[in-house]
Design a protein around this ligand. Structure first.
Ligand code: ADP
Length: 244
């Protein structure tokens, strides 16, 4: 489903990604962990082409972008639709209800009929446990509820892959569980997911593979048991000790 080869990203003089290679099979869940500043967010933003990589190739669902050649805006636009992104801050439109937030992409970007988009959005809100909040505005919702609307909004575009960038780290502790539960059920339904998170329990229970990034490279990867319980690399060991 996803294949990344030799991905580099430079901001000015700073090389933030220094040759990332990964493949992710359809339906698998990959959790990325690593210290602050190691390039995790930049990597997700490259997959979503919110950042343009300096070089490298990204394939998602049989479509490829090769950044050693010029890439057109149209190609980027089409490629971006393959992934749905959920951010740390939910970024909902404040003047729109939950339902309108979820309908927005399908109606304006995909030009779906409003009725159809509304029906689908209601189904998605039900899926994230928010059918009864459809007509609430973001300010009337808790952080956990807003984040679940954020997930429904990303799903409304019917992406091949879901990318989550620390989706629970802005939440009060008691609201984290409800968001992780929605993510877990998505994983169980077979969604291909890449998740940057510090939630080690989620990684243990849901990830097929855990990747440890540091200094813009993948230092170590493995099953949750391999990487979280018996890490081989000294940097991985040190990081895990620090967060425990
Ligand atoms: P992480 O998600 O692992 O905390 P990031 O991908 O956010 O790491 O950041 C990696 C490095 O890239 C940091 O040193 C950060 O300051 C730098 N960086 C990220 N975005 C930009 C940008 N737009 N311009 C310049 N430097 C950036």
């Amino acid at each position: 489903m996803i294949s990344v080869q030799g991905l580099y990203k430079q901001f000015g003089d700073i090389e933030v990604l220094k040759g990332i290679d990964i493949t992710v099979e359809k339906g698998k869940v990959v959790v990325i962990i690593g210290p602050s500043g190691s390039g995790k967010t930049t990597f997700l933003r490259c997959l979503n082409v919110l950042e343009t990589p300096t070089k490298g190739k990204i394939s998602i669902a049989n479509r490829q972008l090769d950044f050693s050649k010029p890439v057109t805006k149209r190609e980027i636009h089409e490629f971006r639709r393959l992934t749905g992104m959920v951010f740390q801050s939910y970024n909902l439109f404040p003047h729109m209800t939950a339902l309108e937030n979820v309908m927005e992409g399908p109606v304006t970007v995909k030009r779906e009929k409003k009725e159809h988009a509304r029906e689908k959005a209601m189904e998605l809100l039900a899926k994230v446990g928010l059918r009864d909040k459809a007509h609430h505005y973001p300010f009337q919702l808790s952080g956990g509820q807003q984040q679940r609307v954020g997930i429904a909004r990303a799903l409304a575009m019917e992406p091949e892959v879901m990318l989550f960038d620390e989706p629970t780290s802005a939440l009060d502790p008691e609201l984290v569980g409800e968001v992780l539960k929605v993510m877990k059920s998505l994983a169980n339904e077979g969604m291909t997911m890449i998740v940057v998170t510090h939630e080690m329990r989620f990684a243990k229970e849901v990830a097929d593979e855990v990747i440890f990034m540091d200094g813009g490279v993948i230092v170590e990867r493995g099953t949750p048991d391999q990487l979280l319980v018996a890490p081989q690399n000294e940097r991985t060991k040190r990081f895990l000790q620090l967060i425990r």
